[in-house]
Design a protein. Structure first.
Ligand code: G4P
Length: 271
């Protein structure tokens, strides 16, 4: 972890603006508080990604919260590209004070450098692919850039490091672990799928009971009974005619993670 932190510190030294990508469903669980420390005084922009899977009202509340805290924030859907142009504009605005400072020193035509950081699976590579896109203009290599990394000019006077900075997720408490597991931010082999499905069902029963009921067309009772009902209505039966509740658990996780069941924000701001 210390090595990862050191690497991130080195990378951040190279850039003028940092874009932190968060998953709009879990803006709290997908951040790493250490980043604030590492970034220091550098301008930082938050890109709330996967808004296609998060509750619209909650996304707006999160954007307002970040902006009130003085952090530029924008919602993006990198799967379709929505919001990517606004993100570039925001980065250019954030870079203006840096450009002004250089101008005072007589430095002109120096490109602003930006990098994307975030925990795994938030969509960093998808965003980079979109930004680099068709008009891939490779800027000259610069000192400090590790082999395999390149600066790509993505807009006038704006160079992007084509490799994202990867932050480790923080597993400080069970709530964060739950949020990371059910959204797919962490791989399935690091958590107990059955248990995650049970926690998810409990969360849905508490917060979105009607939606759950309507989606599976089952009567929502208790955990066991509801998984059995889902297995029954979906025809998940094992040999011997026993209901396959394990499959129902897997399907619940998948339907949630892929937003088939609807748009949900786990890290909610009270309205
Ligand atoms: P990373 O670099 O931060 O690790 O994330 P990456 O871009 O690999 O994206 C992780 C997954 O999230 C990918 O899906 C990607 O397609 C998906 N994704 C990225 N942005 C969005 C978004 O705005 N909305 C939605 N719905 N999905 C998004 P995958 O299943 O891992 O791969 P694939 O489906 O692209 O094959």
């Amino acid at each position: 972890m210390t090595r990862a932190k050191r690497m991130m510190e080195e990378q951040i030294k190279l850039v003028d603006v940092v874009v932190e990508m968060l998953d709009a469903r879990i803006p709290l669980a997908s951040t790493n508080p250490l980043l604030t420390q590492i970034i220091g005084q550098k301008p930082r922009i938050i890109a709330l990604n996967k808004v296609d899977m998060a509750e619209d009202e909650q996304t707006e509340l999160w954007l307002t919260k970040f902006r009130k805290a003085g952090i530029g924030a924008v919602k993006v859907d990198c799967a379709t590209g929505h919001g990517v142009r606004q993100l570039v504009t925001l980065v250019q605005q954030a870079a203006q004070p840096v450009l002004d400072k250089w101008l005072k020193k007589g430095v002109r035509n120096r490109s602003v450098r930006v990098m994307i950081v975030g925990i795994p699976n938030v969509g960093k590579s998808t965003l980079i692919n979109r930004l680099v896109g068709k008009n891939k203009v490779v800027a000259q290599n610069r000192p400090g850039v590790t082999k395999g990394q390149q600066w790509v000019t993505i807009a006038k006077g704006l160079d992007l490091l084509d490799t994202p900075g990867v932050l480790w997720p923080k597993f400080e408490d069970a709530k964060i672990g739950f949020a990371l597991a059910v959204t797919g931010a962490v791989k399935e082999d690091v958590f107990d799928k059955g248990q995650a499905a049970e926690l998810l069902l409990q969360w849905l029963m508490d917060k979105h009971r009607e939606q759950l009921q309507n989606f599976y067309k089952v009567e929502v009772t208790d955990i066991q009974g509801t998984f059995a009902a889902i297995a029954k209505v979906r025809g998940f039966v094992k040999s011997g005619g026993v209901l396959d509740e394990e499959r129902a658990r897997e399907v619940l996780l998948r339907d949630f993670r892929t937003a088939k069941m609807g748009k949900f924000t786990i890290d909610e701001i009270d309205t």
